[in-house]
Each structure stands twice: as C-alpha cells, then as structure tokens.
Design a binder for this molecule. Structure first.
Ligand code: ASP
Ligand code: MG
Length: 476
C-alpha cells in the first residue's frame, strides 16, 4: 500500500467549488487503496485578512478587525453550508469555527489595548487560518463518508522560537511523526494537518514563513515515508515562464529538484523555495498539480536532470530590485572589502539576491529588494568609511529600475556554449546586460537588465525553453 502526502493550497480550499474538487481527488485516491496524509493552507485570502486585522488592531481600528472577522466567518460558513448537510456534523464544525473566530477577536482586543503586536502574537493570529481550514476540511471529508481527523502541525512539527520564520528541530519532528502520526495512517484515517504552522517545545504556536505550507508538506512527506508528495495548486504545473509575460508559457512535464529550487528562489511563485530540502535525500518524487484540472498530470519533480538539446528549461524574473555597485581602483588587492560589504548588508537585515564581480576587481555589484536599497547603501558606506575617505573605494551607487532575469536548466553544467547562446540571444535583441552571475549549483544563470527590457528578454530566452518542452513531450 502506498502513502501519499497531498497539500492543498489556499485557492484549492478557498471556495465551495474548489472543495468539491478536493473531495473528488481524495475519493479517487482512496479508491486506489492509498494511505493519504493531507496538509492544508488557510482558505484563500484568509492569511492576508488575519494580518490586516492585526494592523487594524495596532491602529486602534476595532471596526476594521471586527469586519475582517466577519468576512472570514462568511467564507467558512458558506463552505460549511454548501458542503455539509444539516445535522450534528454541521453543528459541531460551525461551533468549532465560531470558537476560533472568538479567539481571533480576543487576540485583536489584546493588541488593540497594547497598541503593538509582537511576532509571537502575530503567529498566534495567523495560525487561526490553518487551524480553521484543517477542521473545516476534515469535517467536509467526514460528511462525505471518509474517515478524517484534523490535527495541529504543532503536535508533531517542533521548531525554535523564531516567530514568523521558525526553524524545525528535525530529530524531534521525525520521532513524533513516526510515533504519533503513522499509527493514524495505518488505521486508515486521513489526518488533515495545518500547513505553515509548528510549535515550540512549550507548545507555543509558530509559523514557517509566508507560503510555508509547501515546506510543511515536504517535511510530513519525508518523515511519514511517503511514496510521493503532491502539491495541489491552481495552475497546471511548473511553467516555462510567467504566462503574464509570455502567453506561450507551457507546463514542464519534468524538472529536477535542483532546477525547481532555483526557479522558486528566482521569482517563480509555484513553490516555497525550501520545499525540496526535506525530500531530496529520500528521493521522494514531487508533483505539482491543478485542483481545478484534476485529470492533468502536472509537473513531476525528481532527482535526475533530463538532458535536452537546448538545456534551458525555464526563464524567471524578479522585479522591484535594485543593484548596488561598490567601485574604486584602490580595491584591487585589498582583501575583505566584499566580505565586509556583505556583513554590513546582512546586519541591516537585507537579503542579497545576486552577486557578481568584474574580473578587473575594481568593482562588484549585488542586488537587493528595492525597499532595502537605501538602508543597505547607508550601512555599507558606514562600514567602508575609511576606504571611502582614502578613495580606495570611490563610490557606492544604486541602480533602481532594474530586474533580475534567470534562465534555468541543469544541463548547463559542463555544457559549454549555453551562456554564449543566452548572451548572443540578448545581444541580437539589443538588450544591455548590467551584470551576470552563474548560480553555484551551475544550473542557472542570472543577469541584471533594465526593467524596460524585461518582456523582450524573457520572451526571446523563452524561445529556447519552448524547444526543450517540445523535446520532452516528444519523449512521453
Ligand atoms: N497560509 C499561509 C500563507 O498564505 C501559508 C501557505 O498558504 O502556504 O502564507
Ligand atoms: Mg503557496
């Protein structure tokens, strides 16, 4: 008997129509005698509303958080009333949701009095989204004759207390999943577990960061010895590029763990970037499938890089970034300037998305999100003030209207000429490249260009990726 871990994202549980498809998908798998473990996100939009309610509470806007609370109630009650017949199951779940919504108001009232929300309180508030959706989905499954039970992930997934971005304690989590969750599966019950959440050893609720339920699902898949992880979402799979930029975007039938990791890091929103970490070493295949098109195969993600003639599988982009350059003739042979620059950047709390150095060693540049640019510049100027005084470093400049474009494909490793092909294509299209970096895994190349060139660049490089899809489809 196989064990499948299935994660349903926010839109997949976000409306009665979507939930109807969830029922269909699970019944279809049960008919194949599978053991099923289900991870759910909050209903679509609920996490944002909960965060908004905290902002209202901090600002003393009681009417604001009460009306958000009412919205969230309607969304849940609507699903319950449409999918669960009147009777005791319906009454029980309505009461359960009502109690959680009461808790929401109590938390907001407390924030309203204090006029501030700590990360810990924020986690307690946003956790309500998944706590409600897991109870809701379990009740709906029971109402459709499936054996299901809701669980809080915090019973198993133990983390540190970095609220909003908690890190799992692996051994403890593995033990709890093996000891406490496997018996539930063996009994033929479908556990419906809150994505996104964990808890400290003391049982205080934590969250794994926005979009973290993919990551939760991978953790549960790994430690429950699942045969496959399926992420059910609202698109047909991992695409060759963003269809809003190039409508010719296609679903990739297959992509490797490494490639999808780079894709997620460089702007494709399909998976949380950490998702593949827990499953790679166990070689658990991952599929991305569409809840609204349940018969489509989706994208399979696994260990092998499938070679292809063009090598390039996908093109992604990140907007709203700024590039900083640190330059000066005196930098040549002065060790440590780059190191100190990045330490100063890290201390200012900013994440570096891409780094590259010119071979002359007289300048290097790196890219951060727009909002961080000014504070990073100030931090680096303070750190390098002596060098700036001595003119060893001449200037630190910000380039604002730029984007990062990344092309992905594992075949780049050891395939000479791929970078050449990429940059020839860009040159042929008159696109000026401001800086270039190759990903350390050698399955991506990123470069910075003017925002104005974004569509042209993505489209011409995407031609190369479309050749790959045509080839892959030829093999299937
Ligand atoms: N509900 C959370 C969020 O919106 C987690 C997730 O859906 O993955 O970020
Ligand atoms: Mg998501």
């Amino acid at each position: 008997m196989q064990t499948l871990t299935m994660k349903f994202g926010g839109t997949s549980v976000g409306s009665p129509e979507a939930l109807q498809n969830v029922i269909y998908i699970l019944q279809r798998e049960l008919a194949k005698q599978q053991r099923l473990l289900v991870i759910v996100s909050a209903m679509g939009g609920v996490t944002d509303k909960l965060l908004k309610s905290v902002e209202c509470a901090v600002a003393g806007d009681k009417w604001g958080y009460l009306s958000l609370n009412e919205d969230i109630r309607e969304q849940h009650e609507d699903a319950i009333n449409q999918l669960i017949l009147p009777g005791s199951e319906r009454e029980r779940i309505l009461n359960r949701i009502d109690r959680l919504l009461q808790e929401h108001i109590e938390l907001c009232d407390a924030i309203n009095i204090l006029h501030e929300a700590t990360p810990r309180i924020l986690d307690a508030v946003v956790s309500l989204g998944e706590r409600m959706s897991s109870r809701l989905v379990a009740a709906i499954l029971r109402a459709h004759d499936m054996k299901a039970k809701a669980f809080d992930a915090g019973d198993f997934l133990i983390t540190d207390d970095t609220f909003q971005n908690a890190q799992p304690y692996w051994d403890e989590t593995e033990q709890r999943i093996q000891n406490q969750l496997l018996p539930v599966l063996a009994d033929g019950t479908i556990p419906v577990i809150t994505g996104f959440l964990g808890a400290t050893y003391d049982g205080v609720m934590t969250t794994l960061g926005r979009g973290g339920s993919d990551y939760s699902a991978a953790i549960f898949a790994a430690y429950s010895n699942s045969d496959e992880l399926i992420i059910w979402t609202d698109v047909d799979g991992v695409m060759t590029t963003d269809p809003r930029i190039d409508s010719r975007a296609r679903v990739l039938p297959y992509i490797s763990y490494q490639e999808v990791g780079e894709l997620a890091f460089y702007g494709a929103r399909v998976l949380h970037p950490k998702t593949v970490q827990p499953i790679v070493s166990r070689n658990i295949p991952l599929r991305v499938r569409n809840t609204f098109n349940p018969d489509a195969e989706g994208t399979l993600i696994g260990a092998n890089g499938v070679p292809s003639a063009t090598v390039i599988k996908a093109v992604t982009s990140i907007r709203n970034v700024s590039m900083l350059t640190v330059s000066g003739r005196g930098m040549l042979g002065v060790p440590g300037i780059a190191g100190r620059t990045f330490l100063a950047t890290a201390r200012s709390g900013a994440n570096v998305l891409m780094i590259s150095q010119a071979s002359s060693e007289q300048s290097f540049c790196f890219t951060v999100v727009d909002e961080a640019a000014d504070s990073v510049k100030a931090a680096v100027e303070a750190e390098l003030s002596k060098e700036l005084d001595r003119r060893d470093v001449e200037s630190i400049d910000i380039w604002r209207d730029v984007v990062i474009v990344t092309v992905i494909g594992s075949g780049m490793r050891g395939t000479p000429g791929v970078a050449g092909r990429v940059f020839t294509t860009l040159g042929d299209n008159n696109i000026n490249v401001l800086s270039i970096a190759q990903g350390s895994s050698e399955c991506s190349i990123s470069f910075v260009i003017d925002e104005a060139d974004l569509e042209k660049a993505v489209t011409c490089l995407h031609d190369l990726a479309l050749e790959t899809v045509a080839l892959q489809n030829g093999h299937h």
